[in-house]
Design a protein around this ligand. Structure first.
Ligand SMILES: [Zn+2]
Length: 119
């Protein structure tokens, strides 16, 4: 998987972890989570790697309660989140390793095949 994409997925995981710590901290019997401080430290290491526009998009989606801000490309030309059909140009960009914002659901679409293949 390309390093840029990997950093996006890592950032998404951290945002999700932070969201859960903030919203479920009071739940009884919950597995003890990492502290916000620990999470923030990991987030800090990604701040210079990921463009602010992408970071903000991921943060916003996760904080609005979406379980995924990044979704894989489906069947070569569909958004893995809302199943909108991408334009040929968008699908091409994704296959080249870039991420494209879905016009309908606002999620970021990436090439999941590449992610799986290199994992
Ligand atoms: Zn979509």
């Amino acid at each position: 998987m390309n390093a840029r994409l990997q950093s996006f997925l890592h950032y998404q995981a951290l945002e999700l972890e932070r969201f859960r710590v903030l919203h479920h901290a009071q739940r009884r019997g919950a597995v003890r989570a990492r502290s916000l401080e620990e999470i923030e430290r990991d987030v800090g290491s990604l701040l210079t790697v990921i463009e602010p526009a992408i970071r903000n998009r991921i943060s916003l989606l996760i904080r609005n309660g979406q379980p995924t801000a990044l979704v894989p490309l489906e069947d070569e030309c569909y958004c893995g989140g809302c199943h909108r059909r991408l334009t040929a140009r968008e699908a091409q960009l994704v296959r080249l390793g870039d991420v494209v914002t879905c016009e309908r659901c606002n999620r970021l679409i990436y090439d999941g095949q590449e992610a799986v293949g290199a994992a």
